[in-house]
Ligand binder design. Structure first.
Ligand SMILES: Cc1ncc(COP(=O)(O)O)c(C=O)c1O
Length: 430
């Protein structure tokens, strides 16, 4: 294990300059496939007697550098990258679960993930019980005989609930199932879930890690700390029908899940990351430590300022002194709480929608984690398909506006919101 800190690893980990023609920047290996030395070499690669590159759907040298870098900064034994965060989540779960299995998940998940668990996976016979994550005991209470995974977001999008990962992980351990944590909003620069009991960490690289709003990507980091031989996961201990009778746990030990994601997950579902996108995401990752600091500072300052505005009914940011999650933020996110802030518009649904329509620096779009500031009204957009009750458990109310606070000048951001408030005062609120 390296003793280097994240700021250093984010720039260097995984890139052996000498093996890459002395390139100081990570090169883009834009190739679909790799020439074998001879037929025996080819056979050995397919039978895992030797490790190496076969085909870019499975792996690629640029992607491998990103994978090694992510594993280093999250503290895992391996990582696998995907075409999007959603690709990572879907492939990660489908590589682990089968019809008849059950998940216990926090109810405050990103809308797309909620839909996957609530609607799409049940069609394949995989069901989920959603629980209020504020009480970690709810996870233990929801465990069934067929439960095979816990799934949460460390900092929920957009509820901004900070989860008590250590307490929830105790219930996962008791149930002998892997604890999967989507760490997208917090980022590894602010929180490492593996240090708090996670077995698998997921990222949408599209957000803060890529950071520039140019490229979709996703990743799974395997902590390598789960006992796949505990009797609940025969696909890891019995000969695999899907890969030449390979016994994953016996052969690959701590890295079993990493290899299963590549050999079965990427091979069968095909959600590989383009090497050019991996390159773009690496450019973002290299400055993550400085960007996330500025995002967090701007978000906290803007949240405090919003709380003083007449047009604002309430503000939610875990770094605010009076926030319900402040004690958990102090424990899990002491160096900043990232860039997402939500607030309620006085005047409700129509006022919130109108404010999102009027800002000029804050772009109205469905994303978070860009260096540029973003705004959206979830109730009429990202969470439109959920009923009022489902919206409420995801932390979405009709008056809620979600800001992804960028790294622009703070006064300019305040002025942008101020003029949007003034405009809707004249129209919607009169
Ligand atoms: C917390 C979280 N996880 C996963 C995703 C999905 O990522 P992607 O859009 O890269 O598929 C998102 C997207 O907003 C997200 O906010």
């Amino acid at each position: 294990m390296s003793t280097q800190k994240l700021a250093t690893q984010a720039l260097h980990a995984g890139h052996d300059v000498k093996q890459n023609a002395g390139t100081r920047a990570v090169p883009i290996y834009q190739t679909t496939s790799y020439v074998f030395n001879d037929a025996d070499h080819a056979a050995n690669l397919f039978s895992l007697k030797e490790l190496g590159f076969i085909y870019t759907r499975l792996n690629n040298p640029t992607n491998q550098i990103l994978q090694d870098r992510l594993a280093a900064i999250e503290g895992g034994v391996g990582a696998v990258v995907f075409a999007s965060g959603t690709g990572a989540i879907a492939t990660g779960l489908l590589t682990l679960l089968k019809a008849g299995d059950h998940i216990v998940a926090s109810s405050s998940l990103y809308g797309g993930t909620y839909n996957l668990l609530n609607v799409t996976l049940p069609r394949l016979g995989i069901t989920t019980t959603f629980v209020d994550a504020d009480n970690p005991a709810n996870f233990g209470d929801a465990v069934q005989e067929n439960t095979r995974a816990f799934f949460v977001e460390s900092l929920g999008n957009p509820k901004l609930d900070v989860l008590d990962l250590e307490e929830i992980s105790k219930h996962a351990k008791a149930a002998k199932v892997p604890f999967i944590v989507d760490n997208t909003v917090a980022t590894p620069a602010l929180l490492n879930p593996i240090k708090h009991g996670a077995n698998i960490v997921i990222h949408s690289l599209t957000k803060y890690i890529g950071g520039q709003g140019t490229s979709l990507g996703g990743a799974i980091i395997d902590a390598g700390n789960f006992d796949w031989s505990n009797g609940k996961f025969p696909e890891f201990t019995e000969p695999s029908l899907g890969y030449h009778g390979l016994k994953y746990y016996e052969t690959l030990g701590a890295a079993s899940y990493t290899f299963k994601l590549i050999l079965e997950g990427l091979r069968d579902f095909g959600g590989a990351l383009s090497p050019t996108n991996a390159f773009q995401i690496i450019q973002g990752l290299e400055t993550l430590s400085v960007r996330i600091k500025k995002h967090s500072e701007n978000a906290l300052a803007l949240a405090k300022w919003l709380a003083e505005q007449d047009e604002v009914a309430w503000v939610n940011y875990p770094g605010l002194e009076n926030n319900k999650y402040k004690p958990l933020a102090d424990k899990y996110l002491p160096n900043g709480q990232s860039g997402v802030v939500t607030f309620g518009a006085k005047g409700g649904f129509e006022a919130a929608k109108a404010i999102a329509n009027e800002t000029k620096i804050f772009s109205l779009l469905a994303n978070i984690g860009d260096t540029k500031s973003l705004i959206i009204h979830p109730s009429s957009t990202t969470h439109q398909q959920l009923n009022t009750e489902q919206q409420a458990s995801a932390g979405v109310t009709e008056d809620l506006i979600r800001l992804s606070v960028g790294i622009e000048d703070l006064d300019d951001l305040k002025n942008d919101l101020k003029s949007a408030f003034a405009k809707i005062k004249k129209t919607v609120l009169t």
